[in-house]
Design a protein around this ligand. Structure first.
Ligand SMILES: Nc1nc2c(c(=O)[nH]1)N[C@H]1C(S)=C(S)[C@@H](COP(=O)(O)O)O[C@H]1N2
Ligand SMILES: [Mo]
Length: 535
């Protein structure tokens, strides 16, 4: 590419970045959840067929959104560069491209579930910034071209030539005044866009404010102390308590809702005698319940890590529903998140005595924004996609035959009983171990049923009982039937290649099936197997 083309393209990139800075800053200032870029990413997620998005999540795991953002960013950079190059022929030539990009962003920004007319403002400001900044940045090139100087190389000085803007590598050098003017203008554009991007969030109502409000909370929770005896003490096994920072994250929100707890409301309505509306303080004023509950995703493949165990603090849902007075005939609760995501939960699971709660704390601290601040639902024994609504704002008592929810619309089962399952964490796949005693270990779960035993088989041999940590201590706050259990075993194996597989046995006598089933539409089944070698 010639220096000249590179120069116009680069001006396009600088103008593009300025537009993004202004759009970001103004979105933050207005307290909007999404910048135009994030809105486009969410639009792409919405328009993606379920089977593809499932493949994508499996392929990229929890970095799915990062990869998607990267793809969109690379495309955007290429288009902004192209816009700059178009400006070389006429100042208005990039306008159709800017209009198209702005149009997509506007559609995306205005069609989110939590969109407001305000969401058009950052898009409009961003597009205006693109146009003005590009004109400002390229004006010196134009002036130099008109003067017939500067665009040519003063050293090889040939002022008479063809189209100076395109293609000739000899036209690389700008004269000194032009160069200075370009630098000054670039600095000006960068400073203005940078100031908007920095001041917007500081002066506005965005996530930063909410983070601050979150830090200042003083919640009625006790510290989350890991119960005794829950660990098999083998290095490499997932810790029994999953720290918040390591807890898997699955949601459709490209930018997480930043909800000021003072503005949050939970509405319980639908087939009820009286509608209940709760503020955050109302929630904290209820009787608090705290429990260890293992949450996992229906998209967790056999051996996968979309599962975590935390001590949740919150308010039981059953009394809240009782206060509202559930009308006969209801069998479901449609939960809705601030960003419009929905899930349908069997009414029975919320009222049958299990620790179904509106949680406000996770592992002894206020819910992180990523995990649903200020409040989310947790229901032992159900997959997250039918129960664990983050940023929850509405619980509508209803009937399954009247609703459809986010994932069921994409082809997942309306109700999916949680599959009893287990995982080998140690040894790692392909690990080379020293001769002697070999430690095998992992986790097993059957939430709200309970793990009775874990069995493992080496090299296709008979199933053997593993040790399970703490199952005898259940009454004592040890692993309960709503949490996972760590297992371990010791084997002395001959040198060579080996494999170990694991299966769980539930308290109801159910044995984890070896039949392999895909995660769609109702959760994966099959035994997890690890191959390793002994030296
Ligand atoms: N608002 C909202 N809540 C949601 C989701 C979502 O996409 N949006 N995903 C659900 C799914 S599929 C799972 S597995 C759990 C994951 O909760 P976590 O991210 O806190 O681990 O949240 C559930 N709650
Ligand atoms: Mo999930």
């Amino acid at each position: 590419m010639s220096t000249v083309r590179l120069r116009w393209g680069t001006a396009g990139l600088v103008a593009g970045a300025a537009g993004f800075g202004v759009a970001y800053g103004s979105a933050q200032f207005l307290g909007r959840r999404l910048t135009p870029f994030d809105a486009v990413a969410e639009l792409v997620i919405d328009l993606t067929p379920g089977s593809f998005s499932h493949w994508f999540i499996e392929r990229f795991g929890t970095s799915d959104k990062f990869v998607l953002g990267l793809i969109i960013a690379v495309l955007t950079v290429a288009l902004l560069f192209a816009a700059g190059r178009l400006a070389a022929s006429a100042w208005w030539a990039p306008l159709p491209l800017y209009a198209a990009l702005g149009g997509i962003a506007a559609v995306a920004a205005l069609t989110r579930d939590d969109s407001a007319p305000d969401d058009a403002v950052p898009v409009a400001l961003g597009v205006v910034t693109w146009i003005v900044a590009l004109a400002l940045l390229t004006e010196p090139f134009d002036r130099a071209r008109a003067a017939g100087a500067g665009v040519g190389d003063p050293v090889h000085g040939d002022p008479v030539h063809g189209d100076p803007s395109l293609g000739d590598p000899a036209l690389g050098e700008l004269d000194r005044p032009t160069r200075r003017s370009v630098l000054v203008r670039t600095g000006l554009v960068a400073a203005m866009a940078g100031a908007t991007a920095v001041l917007g969030p500081l002066l506005g109502h965005g996530r930063r404010r909410v983070e601050q409000a979150r830090r200042l909370l003083n919640l009625p929770v006790t510290p989350a102390r890991v119960p005794k005896g829950v660990s098999v003490g083998v290095d490499g096994v997932a810790p029994w308590q999953t720290p918040n920072a390591a807890f898997y994250r699955i949601d459709t929100a490209f930018t997480k809702p930043a909800i000021d707890p003072a503005a949050w409301r939970l509405r319980i309505h639908g087939m009820v005698e009286r509608e209940v509306v709760m503020t955050y303080q109302d929630l904290l004023d209820q009787e608090v319940t705290e429990d260890w509950i293992t949450l996992n995703c229906v998209s967790n493949p056999v051996g996968g890590d979309l599962i975590g165990n935390a001590r949740w603090s919150g308010v039981r849902i059953a009394p809240l529903l009782a206060e509202a007075g559930v009308k006969p005939g209801a069998d479901a609760v449609l939960q809705t998140s601030e960003d419009g995501w929905t899930c349908g939960t069997p009414l029975e699971a919320l009222t049958d005595g299990r620790q179904a709660m509106v949680a406000f704390a996770m592992n002894g601290e206020a819910l992180p924004i990523e995990h649903g601040f200020p409040a989310r639902v947790v229901v032992p024994g159900l997959y997250g996609y039918v129960s664990a609504c983050k940023w929850v704002v509405s619980l509508e008592v209803t009937r399954f035959d009247r609703i459809s929810a986010y994932w069921t619309e994409l082809g997942w089962a309306e109700q999916a009983p949680l599959q009893i399952s287990s995982r080998v964490d140690v040894p790692r796949e392909g690990e080379e171990l020293e001769a002697g005693e070999v430690r095998l270990a992992g986790v097993a779960w059957a939430q709200h049923t309970g793990i009775a035993a874990v069995e493992y088989a080496v090299d296709g041999g008979p199933w053997l009982r593993a040790e399970t940590a703490g199952t005898a201590l259940r009454a004592d706050g040890g692993p309960n039937r709503d949490t996972w259990v760590q297992w371990s075993a010791t084997e002395s194996l001959a040198a060579g290649d080996h494999e170990v597989r694991v299966r769980a046995v539930g308290d109801d006598g159910s044995v984890q099936t070896g039949v392999e089933r895909d995660v769609v539409p109702a959760g994966a089944t099959g035994w997890h197997t690890r191959r390793f070698s002994v030296g």
